[in-house]
Design a binder for this molecule. Structure first.
Ligand SMILES: [Zn+2]
Length: 333
């Protein structure tokens, strides 16, 4: 979809759309702005406009085209809830979750979490592209100092959570074989079947679902809810070296203990959560975000089992509700 195609969109919202947006404004508590404070909390710094380029100078990610989101009030053509969420998703950079745990947000549709361990740092999810992951690591190093990567964790099988792994692990680290790559059971089977075997069809449909080629603007692409849109750039799938097989499995990574919970057939066919006792931090991957996740992805990914999904959240609450003091996810704020 090109700029020309988007000009076919109506210039003004129709009367039923205006009425629906007015009803939304009335029904929901828009005066509650705590999410804006939460989204900005812990901000340490960023890259201008979250702009990331490839070695050839191609822009793989930038929030610059979304400058039109500066108005607090939604224009008539955009649903007020989407407008609010799209403004929240303009927060970008490195954020402190708790001292010792940091997140890179807004440099991709997904988040990267960096957990400081005894000697190094554990990287949870590596964004969509190698270029994006490199930029995220540089931003982290700039604010927290250079640390070696002690482990990589993939929370689930969607490309925006593993595609950039080669931007986190360089040739030397890969050759040493010393850095474990941890993922939920059946990770490769599902990552390959969704993204490689079904890849070309799924990618084409994802382009309709997320609208990356639509012109950005109040009559074009605004946001996807979870984040801005699909990122461009180079992608490489790395095979995990250690699979988490069961709820209750533990690992000690560079002196830091992790407790895992399996969450298969939730937001992804292979997905997992974890708790870090030292940080009293719960990470619920992409299963608990500040927005209502779709259950039937238009791009043709597996239909999600809503009942199983809700049970995993209940189980997480039972396992760690009394211990956790902070929670983070791998998408949105
Ligand atoms: Zn996902």
């Amino acid at each position: 979809m090109t700029e020309a195609a988007s000009t076919k969109a109506p210039k003004e919202a129709s009367a039923p759309v205006v009425a629906r947006h007015a009803a939304t404004l009335k029904a929901l508590p828009f005066s509650d702005t705590r999410d804006f404070e939460d989204a900005a909390r812990g901000f340490l710094g960023t890259v201008e406009n979250a702009r990331i380029t490839s070695a050839q100078g191609r822009v793989v990610w930038s929030l610059e085209p979304y400058g039109f989101l500066s108005d607090a009030e939604a224009p008539p053509t955009v649903d007020p809830s989407l407008w609010r969420q799209s403004r929240l998703n303009m927060n970008h950079g490195i954020f402190e979750v708790v001292p010792g745990v940091y997140q890179i947000r807004g440099l991709d549709i997904a988040n990267m979490t960096l957990i400081e361990s005894e000697r190094g740092v554990i990287v949870v999810d590596t964004l969509t592209s190698i270029e994006g992951a490199r930029a995220a690591m540089e931003l982290y190093f700039r604010h927290r100092g250079r640390r070696s990567v002690a482990a990589v964790i993939f929370t689930h099988t969607h490309t925006d959570h593993w595609g950039g792994a080669r931007g986190v692990l360089d040739d030397e680290t890969m050759a040493s074989g010393k850095v474990p790559i941890i993922a939920p059971n059946l990770f490769m089977e599902h990552a390959v079947s969704e993204n490689i075997i079904a890849g070309p069809a799924m990618l084409r449909r994802a382009q309709y679902q997320f609208g990356p080629f639509l012109a950005k603007g109040v009559r074009g692409q605004v946001d996807c809810g979870l984040g801005k849109s699909m990122a461009a750039g180079s992608v490489a799938l790395l095979r995990p070296t250690d699979l988490i097989m069961a709820t209750g499995d533990k690992r000690t990574l560079d002196g830091l203990e992790f407790e895992f919970q399996m969450a298969p057939n939730s937001e992804a066919p292979a997905e997992m959560h974890f708790f870090i006792p030292r940080y009293k931090l719960l990470n619920l991957a992409e299963n608990c975000t500040h927005n209502f996740h779709n259950l039937l992805p238009f791009r043709g990914a597996d239909v999600r089992d809503a009942l199983a999904w809700s049970k995993y959240l209940g189980e997480a609450l039972q396992m760690w509700g009394g211990k956790a003091e902070a929670m983070c996810g791998q998408q949105s704020l």
